[in-house]
Design a protein around this ligand. Structure first.
Ligand code: AMP
Length: 541
């Protein structure tokens, strides 16, 4: 039996931080501050401060595996925490600042967070749950420079914490399987669940994410994660950008379309990532201000919810490129990415968009299958089933949660709760969440397909399709539609618009016009709310 002669070398974030500080010293990191000014420093500053944070946390008594929570917008100090906490042997736990205070308190208790790093401008939010949260010490990042401690003298300054480091830090010898970070699912129903990422998972995710034909991230890019760093590891962009040494530009608390477009223009951003709502806002801003911003060459990664093909076409008509990807908190998050395979350039434009709007093929090391009624379904592009995945950055359990086995198959795959189809080329398309599927007389109706088609109508800004109870068919689709300002459209016109692409039984029985679609903290349609609101519509009519 021959033995490999390779070294055993752990895949850790410690290596990536060290390398960034060695080779990319002069590269810049720019952050929008609360007063809208731009904070700038270099990788030399960032890596020095990240090591200082690691040392200071150890001096503060951090033990291996201790959780350090962050309650922060996207900016340089959050990036320092992204690396400083894990390289000290701690676990970076990003808290979602859009959740209700009681939910944040629940999550921080469930995770048993020891320390918290918080933006000064988020202290009013912290105050709402401080007495219920477990933090031993709270370090405040002084973003505004204003008097920051009107609240309680128990808060400490993040900058003072860094000063306790004297450069004597010796990085702990971490195993690649050690925990580095954790995130909680956004929990559209039920309590949020915690996922714990190892160094190895995050390193491998970083390498694959940066590959050409995946998200193709290089040091020649200028990268802006619009996706919050607290949403599923900020989709890995901070790790990937640091690894390749790219200029990083963070939007701070300003996520409106105008602020983002200004930032992209001022700093030369060409690679960004966010949920479809963000890009919808950007498309509208571009439409209403012709010629004001130039987005040609901008690569926009989109995930978290399906991007309608129409929105993709609109954004690309301005010269941007949209990269559709799918994943979840449980998958670190990247699991699939959509791109055209060699030779597909010859397809018609419509065919190309059909593919690009799909969620794509599994990235290297992620295996994917669809399961229907307990058996694997064919890859014929038609048979819907639950998407299941496995791989080195896919979770196999939830943190401290017994009895959550229904999320995992007996043979060890993650049951994602997403319904989809896979075609002969291996392209996956999400058609629904299991709980959002519309079951009409034994057939499954894809709410996502109907939504995309509705959003392709020129008068429709947004549309969500949900199931409402039906005495004959069990469930029937209802479309909740937001009309574009200044446009008009009738129920019949929308049905007619759909009739060309769907069989009759697919068409929504009800179309209601609403002002806006309710959304979760991470930008997904809150369909449970719509279902509740319209569940009696059948009876009312
Ligand atoms: P989260 O854990 O908050 O990232 O949510 C993960 C869920 O978001 C997935 O299970 C999907 O239901 C949905 N999702 C993520 N990316 C996409 C996408 N590209 N298209 C459709 N749904 C998506």
């Amino acid at each position: 039996m021959i033995q490999s002669t390779m070294m055993e070398y752990p895949l850790t974030l410690t290596h990536l931080l060290g390398r960034a500080g060695t080779y990319f010293k002069k590269m810049e990191i720019v952050s929008r501050m609360p007063d809208r000014s731009l904070h700038r420093y270099t990788y030399a500053d960032f890596t020095r401060r990240a090591w200082q944070l690691a040392e200071a946390l150890q001096k503060a008594g951090l033990q291996p595996g201790d959780r350090v929570a962050t309650l922060m917008w996207n900016h340089y100090a959050h990036l320092e925490a992204y690396f400083g906490i894990p390289v000290a042997g701690g676990v970076l736990h990003t808290l979602n600042l859009r959740l209700a205070p009681d939910d944040i308190a629940y999550i921080s208790n469930h995770a048993e967070d020891r320390f918290l790093i918080v933006d000064d401008i988020l202290l009013p939010l912290l105050e709402k749950f401080r007495d219920k949260a477990p933090f031993e010490r709270v370090f405040v990042v002084p973003l505004t420079g204003a008097a920051i401690y009107p609240y309680t003298s128990s808060y400490e300054s993040y900058e003072e914490l860094l000063k306790t480091a004297d450069g004597s830090f010796v990085a702990p010898q971490l195993k690649e399987t050690d925990a580095a970070a954790m995130c909680y699912t956004s929990g559209t129903t039920g309590r949020p669940k915690g996922v714990v990422y190892s160094h190895r998972a995050l390193v491998l995710h970083t390498l694959v994410q940066s590959m050409p034909d995946v998200l193709n991230i290089s040091m020649h890019d200028t990268v802006t994660p619009v996706v919050p760093l607290f949403h599923a590891n900020g989709w890995g962009f901070a790790f990937a950008a640091t690894t390749v040494g790219a200029k990083q530009v963070y939007p701070g608390p300003y996520l409106d379309a105008q602020s983002l477009l200004d930032l992209f223009a001022e700093e030369g951003v060409n690679c960004t990532a966010g949920v479809p709502t963000i890009w919808l806002g950007i498309a509208q801003a571009l439409e209403h201000n012709p010629g004001r911003w130039d987005v040609s060459g901008l690569r926009m990664a989109v995930g978290g919810a399906a991007i309608p093909e129409g929105l993709m076409r609109t954004l690309e008509s301005y010269g941007a490129t949209v990269q559709h990807a799918w994943g979840m908190t449980e998958t670190s998050p990247l699991a699939t990415a959509s791109f055209l395979k060699a030779g597909m350039e010859d397809l018609s434009v419509d065919e190309q968009y059909k593919r690009k709007a799909m969620q794509g093929v599994a990235v290297p090391f992620v295996e994917m299958r669809i399961v229907r009624d307990g058996v694997e379904a064919p890859w014929d592009g038609e048979t819907m089933g639950e998407i299941q995945v496995r791989g080195p950055w896919i979770t196999m359990a939830y943190h401290n949660l017994e009895g959550s086995t229904s999320s995992f198959s007996d043979d060890g795959w993650l049951c994602t709760g997403d319904i989809g189809v896979i075609d002969e080329e291996g392209y996956m398309k999400i058609t629904d969440r299991v709980k959002d599927l519309i079951k009409s007389g034994g057939e499954w109706i894809s709410s996502v397909d109907l939504e995309n088609a509705l959003m392709g109508h020129p008068a429709v800004a947004e549309a969500a399709v949900v199931a409402v109870p039906d005495p004959k068919w069990q469930e029937r689709p209802l479309a909740a539609v937001v009309v574009k300002p200044g446009c008009e459209v009738t129920e019949d016109e929308l049905r007619e618009h759909l009739a060309g692409s769907f069989p009759n039984w697919y068409l929504p029985d009800h179309v209601v016009f609403i002002d806006e679609i309710p959304r979760t903290s991470t930008g997904k349609f809150m369909k449970a709310k719509l279902r509740d609101e319209f569940r009696d519509i059948q009876v009312q009519q």
